[in-house]
Design a protein around this ligand. Structure first.
Ligand code: FES
Ligand code: FES
Length: 138
């Protein structure tokens, strides 16, 4: 077995990340940072009013290879999903879709997943879909 830290799939998404950039006038957006390393990821979403599905999603990463690759795969996993489905995407699923991330790098994928969830929450707050703020979990 080759002793490379990253799978081919991670490298491929790192070198050619999908859906990079920002959306002008997004329906929801969020930036998450990790105190562990100071890296950040921003996620922008467009939501179809009628179906409540994610019609567009883009991300910008100021993080490492794992974070870029997870941001990329997450935009692919989330596009076309309902908000509820997209909220339930876990970092483990993202990591599996990438063929596995090194354990030490799991928080980088958590960061990307949190970016997506926060962007959805931002949308829900803006459009009054949340009446009370959900308690922040640590
Ligand atoms: Fe900071 Fe991965 S995003 S090390
Ligand atoms: Fe910060 Fe990986 S070390 S997200």
């Amino acid at each position: 077995m080759p002793n490379l830290p990253y799978t081919d799939k991670v490298m491929e998404h790192f070198k050619h990340p999908r859906n990079v950039g920002r959306i002008e006038n997004p329906d929801g957006k969020a930036t998450e940072g990790s105190p562990a390393c100071g890296d950040m990821v921003s996620v922008y979403i467009k939501v179809d009013d009628r179906t409540k599905k994610l019609s567009d999603i883009k991300f910008e990463s100021y993080g490492c290879a794992s974070n870029i690759a997870t941001g990329s795969i997450i935009t692919e996993l989330a596009r076309g999903k309902t908000l509820e489905e997209a909220k339930n995407i876990t970092w483990q699923e993202a990591s599996e879709a990438l063929g596995g991330l090194p354990k030490i790098k799991s928080h980088c994928s958590v960061l990307a997943v949190e970016g997506l969830r926060s962007a959805i929450q931002n949308y829900e707050e803006r459009y009054g879909l949340i009446t009370e703020r959900e308690p922040t979990t640590v």
